[in-house]
Structures are given as C-alpha cells and as structure tokens.
Design a binder for this molecule. Structure first.
Ligand code: FES
Length: 341
C-alpha cells in the first residue's frame, strides 16, 4: 500500500510505501529533498508536516527536539506514514541528478596518512564510472546488512579511483577491518552517490569551508571542484583538529593558499602538546571563524566534521554572525556507534 506525498511549495508529488521513509521514497522518485546522514543524526532532512501524520523511527534528540516535533517538524529520513501527507520542505536541485547505484569496487591502495586516518582508493569495474557531485558520499554495504558512509575526497572531474578518508574508531567494526585486516584487491560493495552537501554554483558569495578531522574529505572535493570551475569566489578554509597530526593534508592546504587567488587557509588546533611546537591558531575551529569573520551575512558556509562542531557553527553563525540559515550547508559525521541502518 502506498500513500501520496505532496511537497510544498513546489507542488511535487510522489508515492511512499508503508514500509519506507519519506526520504527514501523521495529519492526513489527523483525529488531533491535535502539530506545528509539518512539516519536521524544530522537534521539536514528536517521539514514540516502540514497535514497528515508521521511516525518517527529512532533518531537523535539534537537532530529533532521534542519541541520541534510538537511544532510539526519531522526528520524525513526517519519518518514513515500510514496516510497521504502534505509536507513543507526546501528542495535542492542536483541531489538526485545522478542515479544512485550499487556496485562493487576493488581496494586499490590503503595509505595511513596519520596514526588514525587511512586514505583508501577504490577501483571501479572496467568501463564503469560513478557520477557524483563533489561533497557527496557513498555507503559501504556490509555483510550483516549494516552500512557505513564516507564522502568522496576528490572531485568527480578528476580521472582516477575514488578516494575516501577513514578515521579509526576503536571497536568500530568497519574501521577495525580497514586498519587491521583489509588488503589491497579486497572487494567492497557500495551504494551511491548520496547527499545534498555540494557547492551551490549559482551563487557568487564568498565561501567559508569549515572542516574538523576527516570532515576534510568532502571539503577537499569542494576545493578541487572550485579549482576545476576556475572559480574566483573568495574561499576561507578553516580546518580544525585536536593536534597538528590531525590535519593530515596540511601541506596540500598550504599549497592551495600559496597558489590559488582569493584562497585563505587557517589551521586551528584545540589540544596541542608542548612537543607539537604548534605556533598557529588555537582553540575551537568554529570559534576561529567567528573571530575573523564576525559578519557572515554575505557568505555561504559549508561545514563537515564532528556533530558538535557542525551544530555549534550552525547555531552561532546564524544567531551571532547574521548568516542566513539557508546559507549553511552541512554534512555532520556520525560515529559508527550511531549508525543503525
Ligand atoms: S537526520 Fe535525516 S538526513 Fe540526517
């Protein structure tokens, strides 16, 4: 049995089966609802239910508070329905532009670029390409039915294998495998591309790129895409980590700053040890942006990394720096423990 979902203000309509989420049905129908994690953690898919009722599967409080729920908001990645619905949601062009595909890949290389970060490259089957937008992610399909999401760390215009940045999480089943037992030539199945975290190319506003830890991966893809476009938009890249080692591609960022016009790079370290001899910016990366750019009213911000960083940035930039709420684009990472799809 399926129900009809009508999206306001676009008027787009699609069918949703009783056992699928509103977001899954929208993706299947090629309707570009915004989303990030697809598991109730990031809040990117939040919208309003204008008429009808939804049931929510498990989700995180910070993604949808009880007050928001009471006010009629829903997380469409976790919401199912047993009736026709009218919803209010911003639609994004481009997130459903490329077909979501399942395909096998072969591990071409595994490189440890920091004690807890591996860059893996994936070779696709001969004559296959994965069309995606810089900033999007894929989901590995694990044997037990679970999924793990990782952003592509290179722009789609660059020929060559897909690259991903994987942070080790103690006890995390997938990352234990990546760091301890995975070998070159192993086969990994994935589905993608997913996500609505990508460059809004129609804008000419200056850009703040905010990354923490391996949240740098899709940010790197965005920078490469901006380079590919020959963009002259001013870009301020802020990359935060606990210790300098966490900025595992610091030299690359410095080379961008040295060679690209209108490109600024600010590394920010929160917990340097004396032996790190860190002489750069210290503190929390989202706060460094506010100190340097107290008026964000004319900017776009693209943020990716730890949920606490992304959530703080969204809240403070809008409330204190005048950033329009709809100019904050985010892809909050979730830990393996959070993932339950
Ligand atoms: S909470 Fe729905 S996509 Fe992240």
């Amino acid at each position: 049995m399926s129900f009809q979902i009508t999206v306001q203000p676009s008027g787009h309509q699609f069918a949703c089966d009783a056992d699928e989420t509103v977001l899954s049905a929208a993706i299947r129908a090629g309707i570009g609802l915004p989303y990030g994690c697809k598991n109730g953690a990031c809040g990117s898919c939040k919208g309003k239910v204008v008429s009808g009722m939804v049931e929510h599967k498990a989700h995180q409080q910070r993604a949808l508070t009880d007050d928001e729920k009471a006010a009629g908001f829903a997380l469409f990645c976790c919401a199912t329905t047993g009736a026709d619905l009218v919803i209010e949601a911003r639609e994004v062009g481009g997130s459903s532009e490329y077909p979501v595909r399942k395909m096998p890949s072969r591990v071409a290389s595994i490189e440890k670029v920091a004690p807890d970060v591996a860059v893996i490259t994936l070779q696709l089957p001969a004559n296959e390409v994965l069309a995606y937008r810089a900033g999007q992610y894929i989901e590995f399909l694990l044997r037990d039915g679970k999924r793990r999401s990782y952003s592509m760390a290179s722009a789609p215009n660059l020929d060559g294998p897909l690259t991903l940045h994987i942070r080790y999480m103690a006890g995390g089943m997938f990352t234990e495998h990546v760091f301890n037992t995975m070998k070159e030539r192993d086969i990994l199945r994935f589905e993608g591309p997913h996500g609505s975290f990508f460059l809004r190319e129609e804008s000419d506003k200056p850009i703040v790129l905010l990354a923490s830890g391996t949240g740098f991966a899709p940010i790197k893809a965005l920078v490469e895409h901006l380079i590919h476009l020959g963009s002259t938009r001013p870009v301020h890249l802020y990359w935060g980590g606990r210790r300098p080692l966490d900025l595992y591609m610091h030299t690359l960022c410095e080379s961008w700053a040295a060679t690209l016009p209108n490109f600024r790079y600010v590394p920010v370290i929160s917990h340097a040890f004396p032996e790190d001899h860190w002489t750069g910016r210290t503190g929390f990366v989202h706060a460094a942006v506010m100190a340097d750019l107290p008026d964000l009213s004319g900017y776009q911000v693209y943020a990716c990394g730890a949920p606490v960083v992304v959530d703080s940035a969204r809240r403070d930039y809008v409330a204190q720096c005048g950033l329009p709420a709809d100019e904050f684009y985010a892809d909050a990472f979730t830990s393996e423990a959070d993932l339950h799809t």
